[in-house]
Design a protein around this ligand. Structure first.
Ligand SMILES: Nc1ncnc2c1ncn2[C@@H]1O[C@H](COP(=O)(O)OP(=O)(O)OP(=O)(O)O)[C@@H](O)[C@H]1O
Length: 268
């Protein structure tokens, strides 16, 4: 499904201050089947943009259209995964996934719900832990349950907001692989948008990396193609001839943005 982001603007009111512009005219087209990462300094509006695409936050201006339909709220075609799992702590992993599927897909028969819940809890190796509550499992397992929950509603687009940011490096790398495997599998999920702070994670996973700019002009700074063929593996991807150049470009852009923000803050 094509996601067309056109002139999206957003500002937030701040008590005792002028409203803060968080996004000033974002234009971006995301094609069906793409994996797009969003990177930029803290506070540059990455989560806000993802939430606008997810229909959780309303833009002040501009629009997001999915396959030509303007987004006016959340929908089962777009599932989100957040850094803090956002599982319901009083429900088992199984019930967390099942409740989400039942709410998102009220038209599905029980057999279809059960099949999707089992398929994705099994795919993330949690079926035998399905009766445990989130507080009884590790952070990595809880995040796997959140990933299973997102895939189980069969969204065509997955929106990931720093999903692995709170995990240790080893767990993070396993989950990155599981995510790509699920995306590559026969899942209905075609397109992935992922906010990340990890340059390596962005290069490993993305077809394109959207670098967001900070104040004084928060928007899309540039979009970088990652022409590294799939399947990619973290141990080999770093040896690809394009890897170092992309990493350097990202570092340079982020440093330049830091400097621009300092100048902007000084001028203001
Ligand atoms: N609901 C809100 N009310 C007021 N301000 C908000 C709200 N949501 C976000 N902001 C502000 O908007 C700016 C952008 O926030 P956002 O979370 O989109 O940034 P981000 O790039 O995702 O940051 P991070 O990388 O730290 O998660 C921040 O200054 C934040 O404080």
């Amino acid at each position: 499904m094509t996601i067309q982001i056109s002139g999206v603007r957003k500002s937030f009111k701040r008590r005792g201050h002028a409203p803060q512009d968080v996004l000033r005219g974002v234009d971006l087209t995301i094609r069906t089947g793409e994996f797009v990462s969003f990177i930029g300094h803290s506070g540059c509006g990455k989560s806000t943009l993802l939430n606008i695409v997810g229909g959780l936050v309303k833009a002040d201006g501009g629009s997001v259209a999915v396959d030509g339909q303007v987004v006016s709220g959340p929908g089962p075609d777009r599932a989100m995964v957040f850094q803090n799992y956002s599982l319901l702590p009083w429900l088992s992993l199984l019930k967390n996934v099942r409740v989400a599927v039942q709410e998102s897909r009220p038209d599905w028969k029980k057999a279809r719900v059960d099949e999707m819940v089992e398929r994705y809890l099994t795919a993330v190796s949690l079926w035998e832990h399905r009766n445990k509550r989130p507080g009884q499992v590790s952070g990595g397992m809880a995040q796997r349950a959140a990933v299973a929950r997102a895939f189980a509603v069969a969204p065509r687009t997955l929106l990931l907001d720093e999903p692995f940011g709170a995990l240790d490096a080893l767990t993070r790398s396993r989950l990155q692989q599981q995510l790509v495997d699920l995306w590559d599998s026969e899942s209905e999920t075609e397109t992935v948008l992922m906010v990340t702070h990890g340059l390596d994670e962005a290069i490993l996973l993305a077809d394109r990396i959207v670098v967001m700019a900070n104040l004084p002009y928060p928007s899309v700074r540039t979009v970088i193609d990652v022409p590294i063929p799939r399947p990619r593996h973290r141990t080999t991807v770093v040896h690809h001839p394009a890897y170092d150049a992309i990493q350097k470009q990202l570092v340079d852009l982020l440093i330049a943005d830091n400097d621009a923000e300092r100048v902007g803050a000084g001028a203001g």
